[in-house]
Write a protein that binds this ligand. Structure first.
Ligand SMILES: *Cc1c(COP(=O)(O)O)cnc(C)c1O
Length: 438
């Protein structure tokens, strides 16, 4: 029997029958009830993840500092309701995400609209739907926001997206690495100051502050500290040289999650406490008041609150070469291994008590050699057609990245709660696949 403690997330355990439990629910039963394949999400876990950010940002940074859920990680109506109830704002990156949040009844004044190429139609749509803040990326966009706000007789709250020049995976500050990003304006080159002056010259723009996003899957607060040191120095300079008092500083995406046992366990509340203490010192040294701090966690809210369940169809042993286990889903529901070789933990959910000696690649059902969910995983050697295969930590960037490649309907999202489960997103039908076709 697998030791519960070695599982990668605290909402996973194993039943006395050797079945994988997720949020206390037997995953084999979930497949029986809702069909295969399935995304399953744990509502309590989403809420716990959200509360860690909401509570610790308020406690350590003070009132007005709060997290925004980066909804590109998982955008569907019920997620906006859940994170709204937990006191999070949200990031949206398209008119489609704005539409979805609004349809869920989300308070759009707490929405921040991102993107490096917002069209005039996107900006107008955001304004008409009461999006609280636009995170402006470039000069052309500032001109468009100024004009569209003027036409509507409003003064639009904005932040400016800047690049502090931090490479999150080497932690090298002011290496030019990230200055060449397609997003935002670089501090190092002077572009950030120019963009600030342009914003300040516009009567329909209400410049609240600045945003940066140093990267994702970050486990070390060093990255936030390095980025915020540069951002706060810029804030101080803008105050001294141009009289701009920054009200909000947005530090971007959240901490990393455990896809496999190799990923570290981090205490997010402790990290936020540490970052807050350092930022307060930096602000004092620079002689400025610390602005309200925003963070934009996506994956650390939903990734480990989700898993995907599939049914095994075939086990192919190519003697002397390679073994394949094929499942009834694949790159249409999880393109992340095909896209960037992302690591995941794979389990046979109905045989958790068996030892794992069979090395194989877990592949999908698409007519595509690259349709791989994970390579070189170890499963029980009794794996066979009909077994339930679970890919863990798929709550972020799976449903939101899903496609209909090979005309495969998208999976439903089943939400589990303490003592029940419900359909949050229905399984697509064949009719859905052709509904826009003449
Ligand atoms: C992707 C992204 C996030 C979320 O990153 P996570 O790793 O999911 O926390 C936040 N902010 C911006 C601007 C992003 O592009």
């Amino acid at each position: 029997m697998q030791d519960v403690k070695t599982m990668i997330c605290d909402n996973l355990s194993v039943s006395s029958r050797g079945h994988l439990l997720f949020g206390g629910h037997d995953t084999v039963e979930l497949i029986r009830q809702y069909g295969s394949p399935l995304y399953v999400m744990d509502e309590e876990k989403i809420r716990r993840n959200a509360r860690i950010y909401v509570d610790s940002m308020k406690q350590y940074f003070g009132n007005g500092s709060h997290p925004l859920f980066a909804s590109k990680a998982a955008s569907f109506k019920q997620i906006y309701r859940i994170i709204g109830q937990e006191g999070m704002g949200t990031d949206v990156v398209s008119a489609g995400e704005i539409y979805t949040a609004k349809a869920a009844g989300f308070d759009m004044s707490l929405a921040y609209f991102h993107g490096n190429n917002k069209t005039d139609a996107d900006i107008a749509y955001a304004m008409e739907n009461g999006v609280g803040c636009i995170v402006a990326d470039n000069a052309e966009e500032l001109e468009a926001i100024e004009r569209l706000a003027g036409e509507r007789g409003i003064r639009q709250k904005i932040l400016l997206r800047l690049t502090p020049g931090i490479d999150p995976h080497t932690y090298e500050a002011v290496a030019t690495g990230k200055v060449d990003s397609k997003f935002g304006a670089a501090i190092e080159t002077g572009a950030a100051e120019e963009l600030t002056l342009l914003a300040l010259s516009k009567s329909n723009l209400d410049l609240w502050g600045f945003h940066c996003h140093v990267g994702s899957q970050v486990f070390d607060s060093e990255v936030y500290l390095a980025a915020s040191e540069i951002m706060l120095s810029f804030v101080a300079k803008m105050q001294k040289d141009h009289g701009l008092v920054t009200r909000e500083l947005n530090l971007g995406g959240g901490y990393g999650v455990r896809y496999t046992e190799a990923d570290p366990v981090i205490n997010i509340a402790e990290n936020i406490a540490l970052v807050a203490a350092e930022l307060k010192k930096t602000a004092a040294r620079l002689g400025i008041a610390l602005p309200c701090i925003l963070m934009e966690p996506g994956r650390s809210i939903v990734a480990d609150a989700g898993l995907t369940l599939y049914t095994v169809g075939s086990v192919k042993e190519i003697k002397g070469y390679k073994n394949y286990v094929s499942v009834d889903g694949g790159m249409p529901d999880n393109p992340r291994y095909a896209l960037y070789g992302s690591a995941y933990t794979v389990e046979i959910a109905n045989k958790m008590d068996e030892s794992k000696e069979f090395v194989c690649s877990v592949v999908g059902r698409c007519c595509e050699c690259g349709d791989i969910l994970q390579e070189n995983v170890k499963l029980t050697s009794t794996v066979t057609r009909g077994d339930i295969l679970a890919v863990l930590t798929t709550g972020a960037y799976n449903y939101s990245m899903a496609s209909n490649y090979n005309r495969i309907p998208r999976l439903p999202i089943i939400m589990v709660t303490k003592d029940s489960s419900y359909v949050a997103v229905k399984r697509e039908t064949f009719e859905d696949l052709i509904k826009n076709e003449i």
